[in-house]
Write a protein that binds this ligand. Structure first.
Ligand SMILES: C[S@@+](CC[C@H](N)C(=O)[O-])C[C@H]1O[C@@H](n2cnc3c(N)ncnc32)[C@H](O)[C@@H]1O
Ligand SMILES: [Zn+2]
Length: 369
């Protein structure tokens, strides 16, 4: 295998030479015999920043591929011991080479299925970065994490989580998600968290989201896990449903069994999704301590602005068309008028605690001016 040398963060490492895998002038990182996607740098940058703040002694990088993640945790976040793993043999030789190249001192390398590895090892930060859905690995990840440890999950299966593949969402996440709601990106993150909370409760563990986001083609959530049936019970109290009216754009969420089916504003049938996580997505102390440069820094700054914002948002372009408005108001106008918040989930998204009728007034006033 011909290799190319790449630099990312403080790591210098080998990947299979992308030039050798171009087909008809096109290239997809999935065609490499060992996976490396430069578009996931932002995922790794933010994960490294989080690791710096929580400073875990042992990290399990359960889906290592080239090893870049685990190597960066050691070099940039001062993690003292990294457990690397990949089911693919080609990945293992590359990991060995890359560990040498970066002079990583304390490590273990396994060539196992991630579930088998996670059921036999313990880490204080467990990184789950598979292809597609992390669902098949949630339970073992929860088992492998030490007391008050943290797990990071990546999900690249946007369509079930966002409501474009309802049956797949039912299978993978045990949730009803039949139509893409106008705030579908946040629905995706919350369905994933809801599933994690349910699976953790089986092990009598509770979850505390410390940082969750959407970017480009993936979701990433970080949760702290605490032990005990009481923690599990209180974490399950954060599960509920959200509903959006397809006619007037009103939305409502609830974690009691109240009926969300009829729209309070226009009486139409609402689209209901869930179960999903309705609690906070962030642990303020951790998030405010995280800083980065470039794209990751920009994204972190956006996320920080919404720490105390309510769940879900109005997506102004979709909302304006539901209301048959002749134009889309500026996000800035509506944020100001509703004492609201910008959201990283959607450049045209506004989160607000204001009543629906007040938001409508702001929308109408904004396009008049
Ligand atoms: C998305 S890539 C990981 C990328 C890597 N974490 C990074 O940041 O560059 C997924 C990796 O998981 C490996 N893999 C797939 N299924 C697995 C399983 N069941 N157990 C362990 N590794 C698996 C694949 O061989 C692939 O290298
Ligand atoms: Zn309605």
């Amino acid at each position: 295998m011909k290799k190319a040398k790449v630099v990312e963060g403080k790591a210098t490492f080998y990947i299979p030479d992308p030039q050798d895998y171009i087909k008809d002038g096109k290239f997809d990182p999935a065609w490499l015999p060992v996976f490396y996607n430069p578009r996931m740098k932002i995922n790794r940058d933010i994960s490294v920043e989080l690791a710096k703040v929580i400073s875990p002694k042992i990290v399990i990088d359960a889906f290592s591929a080239s090893g870049v993640r685990g190597i960066r945790y050691a070099l940039e976040a001062g993690v003292s011991h990294v457990i690397f793993n990949d089911v693919d043999k080609n990945a293992i030789s590359l990991i060995e080479e890359n560990i040498k190249l970066n002079s990583i001192q304390s490590f273990e390398i396994y060539n196992m299925d991630a579930n088998a590895l996670l059921n036999s090892k313990r880490g204080f930060f467990v990184d789950i970065d598979p292809f597609g859905s992390p669902s098949p690995f949630i339970l073992s990840a929860v088992r492998s994490v030490g007391r008050r440890g943290v797990i990071g999950f990546t999900a690249t299966d946007l369509s079930p989580l966002e409501g474009s593949s309802p049956r797949s969402c039912r299978r993978k996440y045990g949730a009803i998600n039949n139509r893409k709601l106008s705030f579908s990106k946040e629905v995706g993150v919350r369905i994933l968290l809801g599933r994690i909370a349910s699976e953790a409760s089986v092990e009598e563990k509770g979850i505390f989201p410390i940082m969750s986001f959407y970017y480009g083609h993936f979701f990433r959530v970080f949760i702290r896990v605490e032990e005990g049936a009481t923690k599990a019970d209180s974490s399950l109290e954060n599960l509920g449903l959200v509903a959006e009216c397809p006619k007037c754009g009103f939305h409502k969420f609830s974690n009691d069994s109240c009926d969300l089916r009829k729209c309070e504003i226009c009486g139409s049938e609402m689209t209901v999704a869930g179960p999903l996580w309705l609690g906070s997505l962030y642990e303020s102390e951790v998030l405010t301590s995280m800083n980065s440069e470039g794209e990751a820094g920009k994204l972190l700054n956006k996320i920080k602005q919404e720490i105390s914002a309510p769940a879900f948002y109005y997506s102004l372009d979709k909302f304006s068309s539901m209301l048959n408005l002749p134009a889309v108001p500026s996000t800035k106008d509506i944020v100001e008028c509703t004492s609201g918040f910008y959201t990283h989930f959607d450049p045209k998204g506004v989160k607000t605690n204001m009543d629906y009728s007040e938001v409508i007034k702001c929308m109408k006033n904004s396009i008049k001016n």
